[in-house]
Design a protein around this ligand. Structure first.
Ligand code: WTA
Length: 656
């Protein structure tokens, strides 16, 4: 039965006030109850120690949290575990070897089913081969692959051997891959020959060759391990390149998992910061897996052996790490993994997949929900979606209109929606409703999870008051949490400067997001307050795109902003000044500049609009007035221009 939204008075703020309580039916079977908050508040360390019992410890820990070296935390430091054993072996040993781990759906329509026994065998083979080529615990491995089962097996094989994986999204360019390989000094790159994109094979191994071969080969890389996916011809370097089917597939499928320290590095994941250089966010093992498993269990109300879970992210992003690989597999989930785009071969694809596998938990990004809205509700309405029982979103704020559409069209009014706030740096979900407990408000992530302590503070670190929605609030985390990052690879100073200097006196982690608290204490995340843009839930820094543009021979200077976009949340808009003597060829030049950005970063970073301007609006101190550029990009009246050094610039911008 659809749950009625309870409307409180106050017409203008109606959207803010309507709440959606869970149905009695859902409450009765929910994994989490209201007592979780109380338990966590009573003794946070004891609470997390208890959550850590969700895992198998080869050597139990005696110490929960060591914060003496803040801001670098140690969780469960004297315990030992094997992350892959926790995600695979133990389920097989417990008698669930025949349970499906992965229903894999390839983009062209081919499928594979992997049980937990199949996954164990694949991971063991890969582990044996990676050992055979001499990789040692602590070595780094770059993974540059589309969503094929071998990508997940590769991550788990690394985890099993104590190798640190660095997954690079397969949509990133060769040069983006190269800088990540160099920074991590990866010894091995695992890739595929190509990937399917909208029905066509596209090369991938060729990008690896562009990245690490040629005139200045990447010094750290010893081997490239290639999975055959599309069957296209590929470049090949004897001695360096090996086929997965000639090596891994022929290795023994028996491998004994060895235990590693809880603080052993598990992975690096590069993410955009406010400067051009991506940061290698470092995560470790025991605390990360504890929070991944805990949040996946309670936030998604996951029931092993019953639910069919589908997270639509890509393993190239943190959501894929925590909610495709480590969270669900540690909880013995049966999940769908889909290789392709939502409109391949047509807009029915996701709904067909939900129907085909009986997906019960569906976790996606608001941008995709808005795209589905645009395609029209007759598409989902043509399918039986009654298997769904819980819906989730991640990556950006969800507008109440999209929330309601999701609730009604996907969930027929009966499924709780969990709007989950977190970051690459936090490792796992931090703010979210607890389904079965929280009355949800469309557009609000509601409250920090049990065990997580956060505040919204003003410029002076004072907590903002309830209902003080006009205040400039910043989201901060005031107590360490198990899945928190342990640093930026190779740059601990940058780690301290980026996250811990803004509220150094208080010792708060500054997330970089603005937020407010409504009169009921619900958290409303407003988006980034720094120069990081959020495009379809992907983080891209303005500086990165500016540097890609300035790298083009025609460009003297550029300024990039994130403009509001109805579908993608934000869209990249660039303003460029040409070098002297360069002719403005209009559309041809713009196309060329967009291609340059795709080449330097990847197609996701291509600006939606590029304006070629004679000058950029600057203050007397030389700062670019981004606010004015945003006004232009969003088609508004230009705001206050009194601090401009040259008011005539405004005229030229208006001309755009
Ligand atoms: C944004 C993705 C509002 C936020 C897991 C954060 C959100 C950045 C939400 C992290 C949400 C993520 N509501 N904003 N539910 N979830 N964000 O590292 O700005 O790719 O700082 O991690 O996404 O992006 P990242």
């Amino acid at each position: 039965m659809p749950t009625e939204a309870t409307e409180k008075p106050g017409k203008a703020e109606k959207a803010l006030h309507s709440t959606y309580p869970p149905s009695a039916e859902f409450v009765a079977q929910a994994n989490g109850g209201p007592d979780l908050y109380g338990e966590a508040d009573k003794d946070r360390d004891a609470f997390w120690a208890q959550q850590a019992q969700r895992l198998h410890w080869h050597k139990p820990f005696t110490e929960v949290l060591d914060w003496s070296d803040a801001p670098v935390a140690k969780w469960f430091a004297d315990g030992k575990l094997n992350v892959a054993y926790n995600c695979v072996d133990r389920h097989v040993e417990d008698g669930y070897g025949d349970q499906v781990a992965i229903h894999w759906e390839g983009e062209p329509g081919d499928t594979r089913t992997l049980t937990y026994s199949d996954l164990l065998s694949l991971v063991s083979k890969a582990a044996n081969y990676l050992t055979e080529i001499g990789l040692q615990p602590g070595d780094r491995v770059a993974i540059y692959m589309p969503m094929v089962p071998e990508a997940i097996a590769s991550m788990l094989a690394c985890a099993r051997l104590g190798l640190t994986h660095s997954v690079v999204f397969a949509g990133f360019s060769a040069s983006a891959l190269r800088s990540r390989i160099d920074d991590a000094e990866a010894k091995l790159v695992i890739t595929t020959d190509g990937q399917f994109r909208r029905g066509k094979p596209a090369p991938l191994k060729a990008s690896v060759d562009d990245a690490i071969g040629g005139e200045s080969p990447a010094p750290s890389v010893q081997n490239v391990l290639v999975v055959r996916r599309t069957g296209e011809e590929i470049p090949w370097q004897e001695g360096r390149d090996v086929w997965w089917h000639d090596t891994v597939e022929r290795a023994s499928d028996k491998h004994e998992a060895e235990a590693f320290d809880a603080e052993h590095p598990l992975f690096l994941l590069y993410t955009s910061g406010t400067t051009g250089k991506p940061k290698g966010i470092l995560h470790t093992s025991g605390g990360y897996l504890t929070q991944a498993s805990y949040t996946h269990n309670y936030v998604f109300d996951h029931k092993p052996g019953k639910d069919v879970y589908w997270c639509t992210a890509d393993i190239g992003w943190v959501t894929g790490h925590t909610y495709i690989v480590y969270g669900p597999l540690s909880n013995r989930a049966t999940q769908v993994v889909y290789e392709g785009t939502p409109n391949s071969p047509n807009e029915h694809r996701h709904f067909e997949v939900i129907e085909k596998y009986g997906v019960s938990i569906y976790y996606t990004a608001p941008t995709l929900i808005r795209t589905f809205m645009k395609w029209g509700r007759e598409i989902p309405d043509a399918h039986d979606l009654t298997s769904l029982r819980l819906l989730g979103t991640v990556g950006e704020p969800i507008n109440p209109e999209a929330w309601r559409w999701y609730h009604e069209v996907f969930g027929a009014g009966r499924c709780p929606i969990v709007d989950t706030w977190w970051q690459t740096e936090t490792g796992a979900i931090m703010i979210s409703p607890l389904p079965g407990v929280t009355d949800c408000k469309p557009g609000s992530a509601m409250a920090p999870l049990p065990g997580i302590s956060m505040q919204i503070v003003d410029d002076d670190a004072k907590p903002v008051k309830l209902g003080e929605t006009e205040a400039n609030g910043y989201l901060v985390i005031d107590k360490p949490w198990p899945a928190m990052l342990r640093g930026i690879w190779g740059d601990m100073q940058r780690f301290k400067d980026t996250y811990w200097s803004r509220f150094a006196e208080q010792g708060y982690y500054f997330a970089g997001d603005g937020a407010k608290l409504d009169e009921d204490g619900a958290v409303w995340v407003l988006g980034r307050v720094d120069d990081v843009m959020n495009i379809s839930g992907h983080r891209i820094s303005t500086a990165e795109v500016e540097s890609a543009l300035v790298g083009h021979a025609a460009v003297a200077e550029s300024a990039v902003i994130g403009a509001t976009d109805a579908t993608t949340g934000q869209a990249i808009v660039a303003f460029v000044i040409l070098r002297q003597g360069v002719e403005n060829t209009g559309d041809a030049l713009v196309a060329d500049l967009r291609a340059a950005v795709a080449q330097d970063i990847g197609p996701i970073a291509k600006p939606r609009d590029i304006y070629i301007v004679p000058e950029l609006p600057k203050t007397r101190s030389g700062k670019i007035m981004r606010r004015l550029l945003r006004d232009v990009a969003e088609g508004r009246q230009l705001g206050d221009t009194s601090t401009l050094v040259d008011p005539a610039v405004v005229e030229s911008l208006r001309g755009q």
